[in-house]
Design a protein around this ligand. Sequence first.
Ligand code: 5GP
Length: 189
Amino acid sequence: MKALKERILQDGKCFEGGILKVDNFINHQMDPILMKSMAVEFVRRFASTDINKVMTIEASGIAPAIMVGYLLELPVVFAKKKKPSTMENMLVTSVYSFTKDRSYEVCVSSDYLCKGDKVLFIDDFLANGNAAKGVIDLVKQAGAELVGMGFLIEKAFQHGGDYLREQGIHVESLAIIESLDNCEIKMKE
Ligand code: 5GP
């Protein structure tokens, strides 16, 4: 998606270890106009997919996910990183975060991620695919069906996308980063 690629090149910052900081428009300050355009693009790319629920993981996935849910007029459920004592019918999985170098648990209630749901997962980044694997596990535990995964930014050099596509999952990424070597952003055309 041209507008996102241009914005990454304009405002994205590279950090050691293959990390791209997009705090100017996604992860801290948010650009709702761009966020809406990205959601429109997801709706276009998943137009032929039968979806009844949008899912994400807190916190950075919530903004793009709710934009998609708004356009599709569908509910949006987000997996939580802290287990609320009041959550009923909790499904739990473990996710390894390479940006934080530790594993954490995420949970969701099967009251909202339900058996038979056709789930479109939306998130900000796809790197090694660990968060995505956690979501696949939660969807499986719920007896729901994962019908697609949409990411704002995929870092192809970390190969999470290869794994998901090999599983036969319909993956759409709006900008694909080939490399961040020498802190230079190389984008896939
Ligand atoms: P994965 O589980 O695919 O390895 O990583 C996905 C998660 O890690 C994303 O939800 C995002 O929060 C975080 N993440 C991975 N790579 C980056 C990055 O380069 N920049 C930022 N800001 N977050 C990242």
